[in-house]
Write a protein that binds this ligand. Structure first.
Ligand code: DQA
Length: 151
């Protein structure tokens, strides 16, 4: 647990193009911006007595480094790896080495979409997943994390 805080700390990580939420294909991903989603998550975190760090990176290496950082600093990780979910062995290896609980999240349900989204390299190394609930899925993931951390 984060020594500086009595609250359990959850890092919410976002992968490529999620910083464009709200503008990016709104018919698929909705109108809520990444910043608004961060505000919602921090407020849901307060309800659940969790401290939230909300970060996004477009680059694969940067996202891998964030996983390392989260692994060292946080009590739990919620990750939407976006397109790297389907392609990145490096990210899978980083997540596989994490000892705190990891919940995978997607706004959409990738298995109901294109063929190339059927490959999920993270599924085998995460504790659980929340798919297809849009922004509300982040609330569900935080509730799940609170349960896993027994807050
Ligand atoms: C996504 C689904 C991925 O397939 C896609 O590449 C994304 C967003 C989602 O949240 O639904 O960028 O992770």
């Amino acid at each position: 647990m984060n020594a500086a805080s009595a609250k359990k700390q959850v890092m919410i990580l976002g992968g490529p193009n999620l910083g464009r939420l709200g503008l990016r294909e709104p018919g698929i991903y909705g109108l809520t911006t990444w910043q608004e989603l961060g505000d919602l998550c921090r407020s849901w975190g307060q309800d659940l007595d969790l401290e939230i760090d909300f970060v996004q990176e477009d680059g694969e290496g940067s996202l891998v480094r964030l996983v390392h950082q989260a692994s060292d600093q946080a009590d739990g990780i919620i990750i939407n790896a976006a397109a790297y979910t389907h392609t990145s062995v490096a990210l899978r290896d980083a997540v596989a080495a994490v000892e705190v609980p990891v919940i995978e999240i997607h706004l959409t349900n990738p298995t109901a979409r294109e063929e190339f989204r059927q490959t999920n390299l993270l599924a085998g190394v995460v504790d659980s997943g929340v798919f297809g609930f849009g922004v509300h899925g982040y609330r569900l993931a935080l509730e799940g994390m609170a349960q896993l951390l027994s807050v």
